[in-house]
Design a protein around this ligand. Structure first.
Ligand code: PBG
Length: 344
């Protein structure tokens, strides 16, 4: 039931409780709530992640992410047009690589004509003013689904970084604005920054997935890029242990020292404490990734009629702002932006 906001009549009798402070006074009506509101979400806070597939005029639903589709490059360009109209500043690209193009070493990652590079070129040609972020990691390209090279059952660090540097360079060459390494290898930010600078890409930013946890919430993403079935074992030797906080600060400190322009915490909702501590400790642009599993939970509960999906979406996104995030990567970006445009 909608309660009427402002009582018109003073209470007839003397109050039953002798209270000097009544916090409800500041909540008595919508204008009063607006007046004391501390945090706001705007379209400027949104980065829209998209999945790219090969082909033309193709859209393929992601089963575990209701409402999210993989898009062929032409459809990514259409979606970008929507992003522009909605004032979303930036989109992020993730490729679904054909199984025949995947191998042990993720060779396709450094192909200057791979799906991501094609999409970036098409986007930059059509909408040069829209920010484009590219993920850097090998998992969309490896037959084993890991983010790095493997030898004797171990994920190699320094050898992987060499490949990630090449991957970053082909993406920058294609026109990518923000390089976002999500692999969690040691030293990759510094190596990538150095290579970008040496090749004249001084303006290409780096958003480091600085504090990225080994999480169950990435499940639907791995479906979307087709690495779920391929993945052998887990990613715990490179992604962080969910139990740790200090370690996140150390990772962020290192990435900043190596030249990261922005840092990210991932996943989002279960790690808002990390967002808060990172922001308070370093006072740098700090982002959170509301990952696929977080999206799926809200979308699935909403589809069952168990929660109000739109309100849960907005509440979850505001939570990131309250925690101190400067922006959020979220699959809700277009829906949230539509709502913000309508209601301000
Ligand atoms: C690749 C990568 C992952 C995500 C973003 N980049 C998956 C993983 O690390 O396994 C997850 C994003 C999501 O779940 O929405 N390294």
């Amino acid at each position: 039931i909608e309660m009427r906001d402002t009582p018109r009549q003073p209470a007839a009798a003397a109050p039953m409780l002798d209270l000097v402070v009544r916090p409800r006074r500041n909540r008595k009506s919508e204008w009063a709530r607006r007046l004391v509101r501390e945090n706001v979400l705007t379209t400027d806070d949104l980065i829209w992640p998209m999945f790219v597939i090969d082909g033309d005029n193709k859209r393929a639903p992601v089963g575990s992410m209701p409402g999210v589709e993989r898009l062929s490059v032409d459809q990514v360009v259409r979606a970008a047009e929507r992003a522009m109209k909605l004032d979303i500043p930036c989109i992020a690209l993730f490729p679904f690589t054909e199984p025949s193009l995947r191998d042990e070493n993720g060779t396709e990652a450094t192909n200057a004509d791979n799906l991501v590079c094609k999409a970036v070129r098409a986007l930059k040609q059509e909408f040069p003013d829209l920010g484009v972020l590219c993920d850097v990691a090998l998992d969309p390209f490896t037959s084993h689904g890991h983010d790095g090279l493997i030898r004797d059952g171990k994920i190699l660090n320094d050898e992987t970084v060499e490949v990630l540097v090449q991957q970053s360079l082909v993406q920058a060459q294609a026109g990518c604005d923000i390089i976002a390494p999500s692999d969690m290898m040691d030293g990759r930010i510094g190596a990538i920054r150095q290579a970008l600078d040496a090749n004249g890409f001084l303006d290409v930013q780096i958003m480091a997935y600085a504090a990225k946890y080994a999480s169950a919430f990435y499940g639907p993403f791995r479906d979307a890029i087709g690495s779920a079935k391929a993945l052998t074992g887990d990613k715990r030797t490179y992604q962080m242990d969910s139990a740790n906080t200090d370690e996140a600060l150390r990772e962020v400190e290192l990435d900043l020292a190596e030249g990261a322009d922005m840092v990210m915490v991932k996943p989002g909702m279960p790690y808002l404490d990390i967002v808060r501590r990172v922001k308070e400790t370093f006072a740098v642009p700090t982002f959170a990734y509301q990952v696929s599993g977080e999206y799926a939970m809200i979308a699935a509960a909403a589809a069952n009629g168990w929660i109000d999906g739109e309100r849960a979406m907005m509440e979850s996104l505001l939570g990131f702002k309250r925690a101190g995030a400067d922006g959020v990567l979220t699959y809700f970006a277009p829906a949230a932006a539509e709502k913000l445009k309508k209601h301000g």
